[in-house]
Design a protein around this ligand. Structure first.
Ligand code: ATR
Length: 271
């Protein structure tokens, strides 16, 4: 039985063991998937021991995505662009590959589960932290017409647009200077985690706008409620969580699990 695990701090409420357990049952893959609470300065020690003890792959969550990026022997292009790693995979030659499946999970959820278009549309991203960094390349690769990053601290949004300028044209501003008329607004700021609403003008939402919040829970976030009141379709980030896990499972096992039944199961449990 091949060993996998998720590492974070905190980790108690991680749904990853349940998600990967469901993928394994569904595909008949013989894996064991654990979860480990690791002290803040102990990531590299833990990972070294895990892989030298025969472990095959790790999922990495806060606050260790930068540590995992440094730990990896090689990086995929999307992990290098993100500057963060959420998945480590032991390779045949004994080295450890670092990948970032967050953006792919987000795009798969938006495109395949929700059936919303990114291609040719005007996309607004709220926030300029690791969550946006992890998603940008995958969104750019879908071919949006416009991509704008708006952040509470404008300078951080501008820096991010600059960092990704080699991959495509991105504009940036503070939350108070967002252009009008976006087709899809993705809230990747940490505002929802503290029950707050990013101060965004309703004019930023085009007629028929769709809105996505990377945070998930039993209740809609303040951002989702705000967007709903304006007549926008809304979705939370549970599908992104399952999507990034499916991408990691594929990287490790070479088999693509079906996401929808696992998402339905988790949704039912959240309620
Ligand atoms: P993550 O890795 O989740 O992206 P992060 O790197 O700490 O976390 O970034 C948090 C992001 O949420 C930042 O863009 C932050 O804005 P600032 O750069 O101005 O700090 C944003 N954020 C946090 N709380 C917010 C709030 N109440 N309203 C709007 N944006 C908020």
């Amino acid at each position: 039985t091949d060993q996998y695990a998720v590492v974070g701090n905190p980790i108690a409420h991680s749904l990853s063991p349940q998600i990967h357990g469901a993928f394994a049952a569904q595909t008949g893959e013989d894996i064991h998937y654990g979860k480990h609470l690791v002290e803040k300065d102990r990531f590299a020690d833990f990972a070294r021991e895990f892989f030298s003890g025969g472990g095959r792959g790790l999922n990495v969550t806060a606050p260790f995505k930068l540590d995992a990026c440094r730990f990896a022997d090689q990086l995929t292009e999307r992990a290098r662009a993100a500057g963060a790693v959420n998945t480590l995979a032991k390779q045949g030659d004994g080295s450890v590959l670092g990948d970032n499946t967050d953006g792919a999970g987000l795009v798969a959820d938006i495109r395949d589960n929700l059936g919303w278009e990114i291609r040719g549309n005007k996309i607004l991203l709220l926030g300029a932290g690791g969550a946006v960094r992890g998603a940008l390349l995958s969104i750019l690769q879908e071919g949006p017409q416009v991509i704008h990053i708006a952040n509470r601290t404008a300078q951080k949004a501008q820096q991010l647009a600059q960092d990704f300028s080699g991959y495509g044209r991105i504009t940036a501003s503070g939350l108070d200077a967002v252009p009008a008329g976006f087709d899809l607004v993705i809230n990747a700021s940490a505002a929802s985690l503290s029950g707050e609403l990013p101060p965004l003008s309703p004019r930023s939402l085009a007629q028929g706008c769709r809105t996505y919040d990377m945070v998930y829970g039993a209740e809609p976030t303040p951002f989702m409620r705000w967007a709903e009141q304006l007549g926008a379709e809304t979705a939370d980030g549970l599908g992104m969580l399952v999507g990034q896990a499916a991408e990691a499972f594929y990287l490790w096992r070479g088999v693509r699990p079906a996401v929808a039944p696992v998402l339905d199961m988790l949704r039912a449990e959240l309620r």
